[in-house]
Ligand binder design. Sequence first.
Ligand SMILES: [Zn+2]
Length: 283
Amino acid sequence: MAADPVSSIEAGDFRITLVRAGSYWWDGGALFGVVPKTLWSRHHTSDELNRIEAGFNCFVVEGGKSRLLIETGGGVRHDPRALERTRMAPDVSAAGSVAAAGFEPESFDIVINTHLHWDHCGGNTVDLPDGRVAPAFPNARYVTQRGELEHAREQLPRDAVSYRAVNYEPLVESGRMHLLDGDMEVAPGVRLQVAPGHNRDMMVVIVGDGRDKWCHLADLAPYGAQITPTWVAGFDLFPLQTIETKTQLFGRAAAEGWRCSFGHDPKISFARVVERDGKFALA
Ligand SMILES: [Zn+2]
């Protein structure tokens, strides 16, 4: 059963609210890579087509003078075949979901796309009746890595299908999309860190100060069960790098008692990372 779609924690001076902008269902084998179903099925129940649920996990971060949104979900530009293949609802958007949770789309200052795969930035923009494309968060500046945009534009055979220009090019053209060259503190206490593995330039988001931090792992660990570093999704372009990045980052998280969130876990909203007998676990 899915968890409450909206839940919050405090981290330092920040309040972080998970808003699940719907979900999609994708092949469990693809999502867990070389991990056999005998193991991943202990964590997720698949349907008759071996699909498991993947939440479009978006996060509202409030603190200081800014209101930020991390990720904008899968959006609504899907044909009927795609909707059927993925069990996606046709009309669930990040803007609508955050508005329903009490956060007006106009109130966001910054929108962070950890990377530009369709399931993380599909709600960046909306189609106007006159055919123009407009930002779904009209007063926000959007941020992502420059290298990720360059990679998206290469349209390589392996992952071109993940990149849809309408989700980001109109924002680049209008000067709304700010392109980062590496790690960046995007607002006081909100740090973006390049975490390679899923692809070259995906970022994680670390919020808070001192020992009270929260980290959005995005697709470095789409599911909580992937807290084991070798449990890597089949999509990752650089799986050995994923294992290395996870091991480093989870080591920090466990040492400092961070709470973490996952790109697509439909049940786990926030969990503390611990290290026991050399293994990482969630508490
Ligand atoms: Zn994803």
